[in-house]
Design a protein around this ligand. Structure first.
Ligand code: BES
Ligand code: ZN
Length: 461
């Protein structure tokens, strides 16, 4: 334990320097979905490679068809140490709407809030701050002796845009990446005082649909009434995707969706989640999901269909009396249980086609997807991590679900036969994917301390 104590003291003493490093990484606008930022993604990958190299990792930036991967490897000096694969992502979501940011998204800063100091900037929580908690833990362990485990680090640059290059990359590098357990940092705590291990994630299907009508934009006075309006067609189809009880109407959508096992339902009741407060925190009061379900069920255990974006017609300043030639929407489905992403994508496309009136046709684009995930909650690494988290936070960690999706976790299991442990220090109010994203300084600091403890616990004989 002497080394762990020294490592924890190092993390405390080096917090300011660690923050400067995080600021440097957050300053790089590594937005993966927009090709204009491909160079920045490359820069973020190079920055991380250099950082890991300086900690004694054999580190490289590996090109893919999309954004590069960073791979870093270090071995414990002792033989037969367990091997962990740590995963994080260095890409971030677009920062728009820009005018809602109090300060520029890629100029990170500290802000004082009633609950404590916050680190503000795009990617501070999702996922640069989180992945740097692990890197800082590695630094402290290295500086105070040795790594307790053999460590491979995989940092992806396309998580926020569908992980397109991932399946091929995993297939090609299977042997290099396979470890005893994968550690995923891209998740949340229950609340600012209570650590959590996430054992359930929702899956996702993303579909973009374009509906086309006339062969050009038309004058809405001269043609309106006679010519089909693709915006009307699209919005009607979208409205028909839900019934009056909040259920999704796609045929077969609920195949593979089971009721929550009693044991999990009981665990979740103990968590004491306050659905009304959860909505109140974002200015809402009435849940809109399936009737008769609790808010926690709605976000952790039930599937959804959400319109993420809708485009059509004139949206500029002033007014234009146009009857648009096309309209499009970006739609995602969150999946649970055994719902099949491919089947749902196919059913959606069939649904749209079946609802098209004469003279309209539809084009589709997919942006990646993944099935829902259920991890074991009694594995040996989980038990060790639980104790390590308890030591840091002075509180038993809870096992939680999450409504978000991390496509790689399913691929680790499917393609590499590897279980994952999902531990992160994000908070519900971190505004990930929103303006003014933040990460708590306490998450950053105690997150690094937690990883030092978890690595030590996993490496113990
Ligand atoms: N970190 C999030 C997912 C998350 C957040 C999981 C909090 C658990 C707790 C991740 O970066 C994310 O947003 N993923 C996308 C994936 C999609 C673009 C394929 C998502 O869930 O929307
Ligand atoms: Zn993330």
């Amino acid at each position: 334990m002497a080394q762990l104590d020294a490592a924890l003291a190092k993390i405390d003493a080096n917090l300011d320097a660690a923050l400067q490093r995080l600021f440097a990484l957050v300053s790089i606008p590594s937005i993966s979905t927009d090709p204009a930022y491909a160079g920045d993604c490359q820069n973020a990958a190079e920055w991380l490679k250099d950082e890991l190299h300086s900690l004694g990792f054999e580190a490289s930036v590996r090109p893919t068809a999309g954004r590069p991967m960073v791979i870093a490897k270090a071995k414990a000096r002792r033989a037969n140490a367990p091997h962990v694969l740590f995963y994080g992502h260095y890409d971030v979501q677009p920062s728009d709407p820009l005018d809602l940011w109090k300060t520029p998204p890629f100029e990170p800063r500290l802000a004082d809030a009633p609950t404590g100091t916050q680190i503000v900037g795009r990617g501070t929580s999702d996922d640069k701050g989180q992945l740097m908690t692990f890197v800082e833990a590695c630094r402290a362990l290295k500086e105070t002796g040795d790594f307790p485990c053999d460590i491979t680090i995989l940092l992806e640059g396309e998580e926020e845009s569908g992980s397109h290059s991932l399946p091929a990359f995993l297939a090609e590098n299977r042997d290099e990446l396979r470890a005893d357990v994968a550690l995923i940092c891209d998740t949340s705590m229950l609340d600012r005082a209570t650590p959590a291990i996430t054992t359930m994630l929702r899956g996702i299907v993303t579909q973009e649909v374009v509906i086309k009508g006339a062969d050009r934009d038309l004058h809405s006075g001269l043609f309106g009434g006679a010519a089909v309006n693709p915006v009307h067609v699209l919005t009607k189809i979208i409205a028909d995707l839900h019934d009056e009880n909040g259920r999704v109407t796609l045929p077969g959508f609920y195949d593979g969706v089971a009721e929550l096992p009693a044991e999990i339902a009981a665990q979740w009741r103990e968590i004491g989640f306050d659905g009304a407060q959860f909505l109140k925190d974002v200015g809402l009061s009435v849940p809109v999901g399936e009737k008769g379900r609790s808010v926690l069920e709605m976000i952790w255990a039930r599937p959804t269909c959400e319109i993420n974006g809708i485009i059509g017609g004139y949206t500029g300043k002033g007014f234009k009396t146009v009857l648009p030639a096309q309209a499009s929407a970006k739609i995602s489905f969150r999946l649970v249980g055994a719902q099949d992403p491919e089947k749902i994508a196919a059913n959606f496309r069939a649904f749209v086609k079946a609802h098209l009136p004469a003279d309209c046709h539809a084009e589709f684009m997919a942006h990646g997807g993944s099935a829902a995930l259920q991890l074991p909650f009694d594995s040996a690494p989980l038990t060790r991590a639980r104790a390590a988290l308890h030591d840091e936070w002075g509180k038993e960690p809870v096992l939680i679900g999450s409504g978000g999706s991390i496509p790689i976790v399913g691929a680790f299991k499917r393609d590499l036969g590897m279980e994952s442990l999902m531990i992160g220090f994000g908070l519900e109010d971190d505004r990930i994917h929103s303006p003014n994203e933040k990460y708590e300084l306490s998450s950053f600091h105690k997150g690094a301390r937690s990883w030092a403890r978890i690595l030590t616990a996993l490496g113990a004989a």
